[in-house]
Design a protein around this ligand. Structure first.
Ligand SMILES: [Zn+2]
Length: 338
């Protein structure tokens, strides 16, 4: 067995059959920051036949400490994460199909990517997207693996529609402290542990080892040497709007999707136009040059003014860094782009 998967095939719960199954499977990773990078790399090395990655951000210097797929050059050039990730992943394993989308996912766009997806992996940093994933998972019967981490703490849970409680059911036990990576920081071991659990669960689901699937909600603090598993099997709620008897999938409703939101507490406001806009970035660059220093790549344009930085993506999405006030963001938006 002198092939690249020989050690994995020697592992009897996977074996040659499991390896063949992995080859036929499709995993969707939503968000390729720290968790998504780690899972994507592991799944590509494991030989999962098809991987779809989506993410709305580009690589920044503060990502390099823990987002393992990215390099200084990616940060220098502000390469969108999915593009940098795909390039790196394809160099790790050229045999697989890897699809990359620069997207700030809403449920309609996500729905379009769900075809033949076997497992979804949560690599996001916010609960809006997680609840949308949760509803999509229930509606289309796709298992998914929740994961989150912050500081030295992490949590993960495997959700299988029809078998386990969903994220909505579990809300009661989940800490919602409002902390983000940008306020309390994060260390990479916390990321690696969550991602390792997520990938292990994904592999079990993909090879069909139902018995091995972890049934508990797991949390740990790697710095304080704490590890907890919460038995949540009985928490499934028949009245749950996402997985109960009469589901309404509230997070798929159009009106629940914010068109103007503040990104993960990191001193930035994101604006999404309600009508699709397609910018000619080169033309826009000359228009914005009087305001500040312009940096342009095929995917986005950045304009650094003395007070803030405006980043415009081709699909019309705009992120203004250096401010937190929505009204101020709107006025900058209309002044520069309106
Ligand atoms: Zn539920």
């Amino acid at each position: 067995m002198d092939n690249r998967y020989s050690r994995q095939q020697l592992f009897s719960p996977i074996g040659e059959n499991g390896q063949q199954l992995l080859r036929e499977k499709h995993v969707l990773i939503i968000g390729v920051g720290a968790l998504g990078s780690a899972s994507a790399e592991a799944l590509v090395r494991a030989g999962v036949g098809k991987l779809t990655i989506i993410d709305r951000d580009y690589v920044e210097w503060s990502n390099l400490q823990r987002q393992q797929l990215y390099t200084e050059q990616d940060a220098q050039e502000k390469v969108p994460k999915v593009i940098a990730a795909k390039n790196r992943l394809q160099r790790i394993n050229s045999e697989l199909e890897i699809n990359a989308f620069i997207l700030d996912a809403d449920s309609e766009q996500l729905f379009g990517l769900l075809e033949d997806v076997d497992v979804m992996i949560d690599g996001t940093d916010n609960f809006d997207v997680r609840f949308m994933m949760n509803d999509l998972a229930q509606k289309y019967q796709i298992p998914w693996v929740y994961g989150s981490c912050i500081s030295s703490y992490g949590a993960t849970y495997t959700i299988v529609p029809g078998k386990t409680p969903c994220l909505h059911c579990l809300l009661k036990v989940m800490p919602n402290t409002g902390m983000t990576c940008d306020t309390v920081g994060i260390i990479s071991p916390a990321v690696q542990i969550v991602a390792a659990y997520q990938v292990a669960e994904a592999l079990k689901l993909l090879v069909g080892d139902e018995e091995a699937r972890r049934k508990s909600y797991l949390t740990f603090d790697v710095w304080k040497n704490q590890h907890y598993e919460i038995n949540v099997e009985k928490m499934r709620n028949d009245e749950c709007p996402s997985c109960g008897h009469n589901p309404t999938y509230p997070y798929l409703a159009y009106e629940n999707q914010t068109k103007l939101d503040i990104l993960c507490g990191r001193d930035a406001v994101q604006i999404r136009p309600s009508q699709p806009v397609h910018y000619n970035l080169e033309q826009l660059a000359s228009q914005l040059r009087p305001y500040g220093e312009i940096q342009l790549n095929p995917y986005l344009l950045s304009c650094q003014t003395p007070d803030y930085r405006v980043v415009v993506f081709q699909d019309g999405r705009v992120v203004i860094h250096g401010i937190q006030d929505i009204q101020q963001a709107k006025s900058i938006y209309y002044r520069l782009l309106g």
